[in-house]
Design a protein around this ligand. Structure first.
Ligand SMILES: Cc1cc2nc3c(=O)[nH]c(=O)nc-3n(C[C@H](O)[C@H](O)[C@H](O)COP(=O)(O)OP(=O)(O)OC[C@H]3O[C@@H](n4cnc5c(N)ncnc54)[C@H](O)[C@@H]3O)c2cc1C
Ligand code: SF4
Length: 455
């Protein structure tokens, strides 16, 4: 007799789950810090700086750590990237700064830049004055939509330059995917909220919660009331598979489940499928697969329509999934999900091949996998129509907001950054966009002596 759908909570004990979700990368000990910082060659034209989207002066902060000035190192990091603490924890450093480190070529192991960065930021001396000051009030007021990494970075830079900032945030907490999306074992102990507290200490930033663009406020209203607008709303909705069975109970959006997981205090209470299929090939697919395993799912399979080498997730992330017992089934294109009103029992795929022109085609070979739950992790899109129907920024081909080199949209007073524009969809990239947009907004406002009155 089939035991499916087998979805239940308490698959593992509270103790085992707590252990499974503990900090994935432990902080370095003082001795390890010394050894790691000694390995830096303090390269001239250091390639690691170019590989960091926020351009942190890596050799400089490592030298400061090495000479005992950890507070100075933290200031150096935070002045380039105010979310340097979370980036040290969540950045795929193996494909960014650490991949570029010259130590790879002579010793096959890079300097542990990410962990040194974490050491510095975690040891910022909070008994000293806040490391940043606000310039004199400019009398200009900027609206930011979205309190995710892009919006927060933009807000901090604008506040430093003396502008007043009001953030409109659809959710009831700040942080965006740092709060609701990143795998729990990468950001533990409510780190995101502590980091945001630090960001807001600059002053001049007001956050209006439960205020969604397109629902509670329109772009036209913001443009009428503020001197400039920055949009950092990410992409909150998941793309559809568009196959039969997608509407059945047991088929879920990975990002929705991760959001619930991140807000749940008793993780053992979460319902978990015994057999789980994840559709996707990026960071979200890896995260939901690994977290399902850590919650006690017995069999977790990531199914992807192309070859494993074409996956968006880095080799390091794929290895993490393998280490956690996740299976990969590649060249498998979703065909249908089988089940009834009570739940799902299996999913079918067409095996794919690449034809002579390099086009992916589904064949008649069917792969069938039993499952209780299917997670969709095939990319994000805008939730509803946040930009409204009035005059709105032009979109690019992928349906995201189009911007120029200064993160300015087709509307000259509206800027955008983070996941809602084209990019690599990383926290550190979102911070970089927010920083650069803030600079462009600051320059624009500095050239314009008039300011808009607030309603
Ligand atoms: C599951 C998952 C795991 C990830 N893991 C990693 C990782 O390990 N490392 C990494 O570097 N990156 C990771 N990423 C990517 C990273 O989280 C994003 O690139 C980053 O958060 C983008 O920042 P953002 O500010 O553009 O958008 P978001 O973080 O999405 O923030 C957008 C904010 O805007 C708000 N908002 C949305 N719509 C509206 C509206 N209409 N009105 C007002 N506010 C609105 C949202 O509530 C949210 O607070 C992951 C993403 C996902 C989905
Ligand atoms: S590339 Fe490596 S060795 Fe050179 S400065 Fe950067 S971290 Fe140090």
């Amino acid at each position: 007799m089939s035991l499916t759908p087998d979805i239940k909570s308490n698959r593992l004990s509270n103790e085992v789950i707590s252990d499974n979700f503990s900090d994935m990368k432990l902080p370095l000990t003082n001795k390890q810090v010394l050894v790691a910082s000694e390995r830096c060659l303090f390269c001239y034209d250091a390639p690691c700086i170019d590989a960091c989207p926020t351009g942190i002066d890596i050799p400089l902060f490592i030298r400061k750590i090495n000479t005992g000035n950890v507070h100075g190192a933290a200031k150096e990091i935070l002045s380039a990237n105010i979310l340097g603490g979370s980036c040290a924890r969540v950045c795929p450093t193996e494909t960014l700064c650490e991949e570029a480190c010259v130590r790879n070529s002579c010793e096959e192991a890079p300097v542990e830049i990410g962990r040194l960065q974490r050491h510095a930021v975690d040891n910022l001396d909070t008994t000293l004055p806040y490391p940043f000051t606000r310039s004199a009030n400019t009398g200009k007021h900027v609206a930011i939509v979205g309190a995710g990494p892009a919006g927060l970075a933009c807000a901090h830079q604008l506040a430093r330059n003396g502008h007043q900032v009001t953030i409109y945030e659809a959710a009831s907490k700040s942080g965006g995917l740092n709060e609701y999306g990143i795998a729990l074992y990468k950001l533990v102990d409510d780190y995101t909220q502590k980091e945001i507290e630090f960001v807001l200490k600059i002053g001049g930033i007001d956050i209006k919660y439960d205020q969604a663009l397109g629902r509670d406020v329109t772009l036209n209203q913001l443009r009428g009331s503020y001197d400039a607008v920055f949009i950092g709303i990410g992409m909150s909705d998941t793309n559809a598979l568009n196959i039969p069975g997608e509407e059945l109970s047991g088929v879920e959006d990975a990002v929705d489940y991760i959001r619930d997981l991140r807000q749940e205090e008793q993780l053992e209470n979460l319902p978990v499928g015994r057999k789980v299929i994840v559709i996707g090939a990026g960071m979200t697919a890896i995260d939901i697969a690994v977290q399902s395993k850590k919650l006690g799912a017995e069999e977790v399979t990531i199914a992807y329509r192309r070859a494993q080498s074409a996956m968006g997730a880095s080799i390091h992330e794929q290895e993490l999934a393998l280490k956690n017992g996740v299976n990969f089934v590649c060249n498998a294109q979703p065909k249908q999900i089988i089940g009834s009103a009570s739940g799902i029992t299996s999913m079918e795929f067409n095996k794919t091949i690449l034809d002579d022109t390099g086009k992916l085609t589904g064949t008649d070979d069917i792969i069938s996998i039993n499952c209780d739950v299917v997670f969709k992790a095939i990319g994000q899109k805008f939730e509803g129509s946040p930009l409204g129907n009035d005059e709105k920024p032009a979109l690019c081909q992928r349906g995201r907001i189009a911007v120029n080199d200064h993160y300015q949209t087709s509307l000259e007073d509206v800027f955008a950054g983070g996941d809602c524009i084209n990019g690599k969809d990383l926290v550190v990239e979102a911070v970089d966009h927010g920083n650069k947009a803030a600079l462009a907004i600051h320059q624009r406002l500095s050239n314009n002596k008039n300011s808009k009155q607030q309603a």
